[in-house]
Design a protein around this ligand. Structure first.
Ligand code: FPP
Length: 279
């Protein structure tokens, strides 16, 4: 269990047990043995959050930055090993150029302001998506962060940028075709073959997918990888997301039973168990 609050004030990181701040009451209810290894988040509702307050859409994105900090802090406190955030989809290029530009400026500011904290806290920073399509200055900053944190041993924070689930699968197929044309793929294509051509083949599949704004959609996010993910749909806009929402989603996740298409041990031929179950 990590006791410090990630990113908000890294200088206050406590090292002596006597200095440990009280863990959040919700955090104390979490079973540390069954924390999801990989949590993915669709951060939705920045625009509606701003509109509800009579503000410009960009104010919603700015407010969303604090929610990103909350998510990373909660993941760190929980001991989640991988956190993947959907920051910019391939479809988001259709937004007005001014919003796209402002979003990338915000991303750059975020990376610059959090760089020290990311490194201090042993976070490994990564990206997935068609990142070659991003503005050169953003790409440069992302590559620097990835290189500087490549050997970090803490939580892996992955930003999905210019990302689309179908695009990723198409790109993986492209890789397989190239392999076949080079004579390195001669047998029938397996799931493992596809998986090794994904953008980050070493990331485990998400156990839990959180989405804000109350929409029951997966919006082209990690389509291959979320086959057996548990879904948590939160009825709040992204800027209102706090650590508590993350802890509650994990507690709900821990009440579920994951069967991956099988049956619960000892219940063959019986009806449903009391626990919420998922196939
Ligand atoms: C969805 O809200 C949010 C986005 C498309 C961008 C997410 C960006 C941030 C949270 C800020 C920057 C992120 C990082 C990682 C620095 P929306 O605009 O689709 O909201 P709406 O559906 O209400 O219009």
């Amino acid at each position: 269990m990590v006791w410090y609050s990630f990113m908000r004030d890294p200088m206050r990181r406590r090292t002596k047990p006597s200095d440990k701040p009280e863990a959040h009451p919700l955090l104390r209810l979490v079973d540390p043995e069954r924390v999801p290894v990989h949590v993915a988040i669709i951060m939705d509702g920045n625009g509606r959050w701003a509109k509800a307050r009579g503000l410009q859409r960009m104010e919603g994105h700015k407010a969303g930055i604090e929610a990103v900090r909350q998510a990373v802090s909660a993941a760190s406190n929980l001991g989640v090993r991988y956190l993947t955030l959907y920051a910019f989809s391939v479809e988001n290029w259709k937004r007005p150029a001014t919003e796209v530009r402002a979003l990338f400026q915000l991303l750059q500011r975020f990376l610059r302001s959090e760089a020290e904290s990311i490194m201090k806290n042993g976070v490994r920073f990564r990206t997935i998506g068609r990142t070659d399509d991003l503005p050169p200055s953003v790409k440069k900053l992302l590559r620097e962060m990835e290189a500087k944190t490549a050997h970090a041993g803490g939580c892996t924070l992955t930003l999905a940028l210019s990302y689309g689930g179908r695009t990723e699968i198409a790109d993986a197929c492209d890789g397989l075709v190239r392999e076949a044309l080079a004579g390195r793929l001669t047998a029938k294509v397996t799931e493992e073959d596809v998986a090794r051509h994904l953008y980050a083949p070493d990331l485990p599949d998400p156990d839990l997918l959180i989405r804000t704004s109350g929409e029951y959609r997966v919006s082209n996010f990690l389509l291959w990888q979320i086959a057996y993910a548990e879904l948590a749909i939160l009825d709040i806009f992204w800027p209102d997301f706090t650590e508590e929402h993350f802890y509650e989603a994990v507690l709900d996740y821990q009440r579920r039973e994951r069967r991956y298409g099988g049956v619960s041990p000892g219940t063959e031929g019986q009806g449903a168990t009391g626990a919420r179950s998922s196939s």
